[in-house]
Design a protein around this ligand. Structure first.
Ligand code: SAH
Length: 350
């Protein structure tokens, strides 16, 4: 029996695998890759059936105090066109999203001091009062434990904060000096211990990434047991220091998605916008490799093109909430369907 299939079978039966076996799976091609993604797909079906959860993504601000080398809205990008949404504008996005069937709103943005704890807590509270049947997810970067605690008390349910890479040296090559892996991990631990459904994740093919880093990412996820994991290919942005770097590969992204699904069978795993942006049908391939979440864009149309993390980011068509029906058709074509349930992690579903 071939070693890759043996490793996949081990994960399928909840056994641990060695680093060498992870390496083999990360290199799976052809029939072996099909075997890996098929196993992940079956694992997804056993836990969540063919239901694909949707999250309405509201990109609240393109202002950011950070200077992450990969990111198009980094502070030193003078060419970036900046905007921020007011509380009322965020609420208007949620109103429109609710009517379209969204029951989770994700407020994502750069680290923008405009959003004080007071303003954010007030916004979260208002969304939750207006839509008690909805979940609110935040993705607003690193904050203090006190700030996270206040946001939790205001009613936020989930928090997404990708760890980006679990290797400290690699982390420091992607970020300015003031950002450390240590603090990122502190944030993730705080979020989880405060009771958030917590999401970490990483980019595939970020500059300088080696297979040994991906193994560290997978080991971190295995140990941390997040509720959600965001994985997408790195895509260069023309106004960043990484403008000439190669994009991450779709196949490697799919292998990572499949491995994470097998290691955490109940994880909420999005087929990310980056995966859909880099290749036509990329998101469908993500679903077929074990993903079970998609996050269409609910941001106001006039700001969508300004939240440009990377070049050629999908902003219209199926990425817009108006395209939800066509998204459902695409999901049906691969045997799945969009559902409007809140889509909590199985461990906390009532
Ligand atoms: N400020 C928030 C939100 C960041 S944007 C935070 O720090 O969590 C969400 C994710 O987009 C990031 O975590 C990063 O992994 C991804 N991203 C940023 N630039 C990217 C690029 N050039 N290619 C692919 N993904 C990118």
């Amino acid at each position: 029996m071939n070693k890759i299939k043996t490793a996949v079978d081990k994960l399928r039966s909840c056994e641990t695998v060695s680093d060498d076996e992870l390496l083999l799976m990360l290199g799976a091609e052809g029939e072996d890759m099909e075997y890996l993604t098929e196993a992940a797909r079956l694992t997804r079906e056993e836990n969540y059936g063919n239901d694909i959860f949707i999250r309405g993504l509201i990109e609240v601000s393109s202002y950011c105090k950070n200077d992450c080398l990969y990111c198009g809205i980094r502070r030193s990008n003078r060419a970036a066109d900046r905007y921020r949404l007011t509380k009322d504008e965020i609420l208007a996005c949620a109103d429109a999203g609710y009517d379209l069937g969204f029951r989770t709103f994700v407020l994502q943005g750069g680290e923008d001091a405009y959003y004080t704890d007071e303003l954010l807590c007030d916004t979260v509270r208002t969304v939750k009062e207006r839509y008690p049947d909805c979940a609110v997810t935040l993705s607003l970067g690193e904050r203090s434990r006190e700030s996270y605690a206040a946001l939790k008390a205001a009613g936020a349910d989930r928090y997404l904060l990708r760890h980006e890479t679990a290797d400290a040296l690699h982390y420091s090559s992607l970020h300015p000096r003031e950002l450390t892996l240590e603090n990122r991990m502190r944030c993730l631990r705080d979020l989880k211990s405060l009771g958030f459904q917590t999401g970490c994740g990483f980019m595939v093919g970020s500059p300088g990434q080696e297979l040994s880093h991906l193994i560290k990412d997978i080991r971190f996820i295995e140990a941390f047991k997040p509720h959600m994991v965001g994985i997408g290919p790195f895509i260069p942005h023309k106004d960043t220091p990484f403008r000439h770097e190669a994009a991450g590969s779709v196949s490697m992204t799919l292998r990572c998605l499949a491995i994470v699904r097998l290691i955490l069978p109940q994880v909420l795993l999005p087929a990310t916008t980056a995966l859909g942006s880099i290749e036509e049908g990329g998101r469908e391939r993500g679903i077929l490799a074990g993903a079970n979440v998609v996050m269409p864009n609910l941001s106001p149309a006039d700001v969508r093109s300004k939240y440009l993390l990377y070049n050629n980011k999908l902003a219209t068509g199926v990425e817009s909430a108006e395209g939800i029906r066509s998204l459902d058709e695409k999901m049906r074509a691969i045997g799945c369907r969009i559902v409007t349930a809140r889509g909590d992690h199985i461990s906390i579903q009532k």
